[in-house]
Design a binder for this molecule. Structure first.
Ligand SMILES: Nc1ncnc2c1ncn2[C@@H]1O[C@H](COP(=O)(O)OP(=O)(O)O)[C@@H](O)[C@H]1O
Ligand SMILES: Cc1ncsc1CCOP(=O)(O)O
Ligand SMILES: [Mg+2]
Length: 269
């Protein structure tokens, strides 16, 4: 595969690599998202396994290609597993991606997320409120939903990315992905995605699969995963969230190159 670029052609090439390699993604995720996340990864061509028990996370990471950590339904026992799994991924040189669900909602959640962030994920993807909370900004999150726009969180995301040497992605109407210097904009998707629970969780898992297949360019791999997920959600005349959920999975399974490349909306900021 050629070096990635911020184009639909490049997004397609990387997606084909995901489909042909079918990387095993170890997911430590919340109860709400498990089904939709696993189905998203399967439909897109990756191989999901939900494995969170602290007694097996390290061994599991040995056989996986990457790790996704999502803090949506936290408990103290799970936080041990998250930390051990992240440390194993780091020791094994595998990418790991953090979804800081509900950062800022409660002190327990925020503190747990900060301790995971300090382990330096390859990518952090959250909505605008979550990214601001992770960066220590005073702001409000409405549980797991955002009360801010990605543009409000951009400077915080850039600082976070610089401080940690990682990629930070802020999702919303236009997703912003930064390494602290460059900012890629992804203007795909539909507002109805905010009415499907675990849409954000699932796109973070897809990011993990894409980064796993392009470890030397996590910024572009993240933007490409967001674009693919967004285009798959651009369904006309959909009845509502339940139908969109089904159509999205079918599109991830069957989308062709022409559909992807003619619909992606990727730009440098
Ligand atoms: N207003 C919108 N228009 C188009 N796509 C959106 C919109 N809001 C969110 N999305 C998309 O929905 C997915 C989930 O993002 P978001 O709702 O921000 O995450 P979360 O569910 O974690 O809060 C992302 O792919 C994002 O691009
Ligand atoms: C509703 C809910 N509560 C705890 S985790 C979760 C799912 C959140 O999913 P997303 O962040 O993708 O909307
Ligand atoms: Mg979320």
């Amino acid at each position: 595969m050629d070096a990635l670029q911020l184009t639909g052609e490049s997004a397609w090439a990387l997606w084909q690599k995901v489909r042909s390699e079918a990387p095993l993604i170890q997911c430590i995720t919340n109860f709400v998202s498990m089904d939709f996340m696993a189905n998203t990864l399967l439909a897109a061509g990756a191989s999901p396994a939900m494995a969170h028990c602290r007694d097996e996370v390290q061994d599991f990471q040995k056989i996986a290609s990457a790790l996704l950590v999502n803090v949506g339904t936290l408990s103290p026992e799970w936080t041990d597993g998250m930390r051990l799994a992240a440390e194993a991924a780091i020791a094994l040189g595998k990418p790991w991606v953090l979804d800081p669900v509900g950062a800022g909602a409660t002190p327990f959640r925020t503190q747990t997320i900060v301790s995971l962030v300090n382990l330096r994920p390859t990518v952090i993807r959250g909505n605008a409120s979550e990214i601001m909370a992770v960066a220590g900004a005073a702001g409000k999150t409405k549980g797991v939903d955002s009360t801010a726009e990605p543009s409000h969180a951009l400077e915080y995301a850039k600082q976070l990315a610089k401080d940690l040497g990682c990629i930070v992605a802020i999702s919303g109407a236009t997703d912003l992905v930064t390494d602290g210097e460059r900012v890629a904009k992804v203007s795909n998707g539909v507002p109805l995605l905010t009415k499907i629970t675990a849409a954000g969780c699932s796109v973070t898992a897809l990011i993990t699969a894409f980064v796993c297949c392009a470890p030397s360019d996590p910024l572009l791999a993240t933007a490409h995963a967001l674009a693919v997920f967004g285009v798959a959600a651009e369904v006309e005349n959909v009845r509502g969230p339940a139908s969109l959920r089904v159509e999205l999975l079918d599109n991830l399974y069957s989308m062709d190159k022409a559909t992807l490349t003619s619909n992606v909306n990727l730009q440098w900021d």
